[in-house]
Design a protein around this ligand. Structure first.
Ligand code: ZN
Ligand code: ZN
Length: 134
């Protein structure tokens, strides 16, 4: 069977996410993809991102509030922490996996979407730098 245009586009979207280590939003993936393939439409990129996350090739991170959803190539169980100042997302290792939680009633864990909020090292350093200037 011939490789269809759809397959090619999906491969482009997938390899782009795999090359981006910063938890890109769909918008950022589209920006990056369109540099390599100017004919690809935003709808195609968004559709393929949804498809790839549904089939487990990449992971979709549902962000809290009004923040845009992000995509992650790292499929190992881990959490995310988002900096409330610059919006940077960092991976949080989770050695204990779900075993570390205590549930108030039996629950079979199939996925985790915990997003912590706070300050990244850069933003935190900036605020301590300012206080040192006093
Ligand atoms: Zn920050
Ligand atoms: Zn991640």
């Amino acid at each position: 069977m011939a490789v269809t245009r759809n397959t090619v586009q999906r491969e482009i979207v997938l390899s782009t996410v795999l090359s981006m280590c910063n938890h890109p939003s769909a918008e950022e993936v589209y920006d990056s993809v369109s540099k390599n393939d100017s004919h690809i439409s935003k709808g195609t990129v968004y559709r393929n991102l949804a498809l790839l996350s549904q089939t487990g090739k990449i992971r979709k991170i549902a962000m809290p509030g009004t923040l845009a959803d992000r995509y992650d190539f790292n499929l190992k169980p881990h959490f995310h922490a988002v900096c409330r100042k610059c919006g940077k997302i960092i991976d949080v290792c989770c050695k204990e996996r779900a075993d570390g939680f205590s549930f108030s009633e039996p629950f079979k864990v199939e996925g985790m979407e915990l997003v912590l909020s706070g300050l990244c090292s850069e933003c935190d350093e900036n605020s301590s730098d300012k206080s040192e200037l006093k």
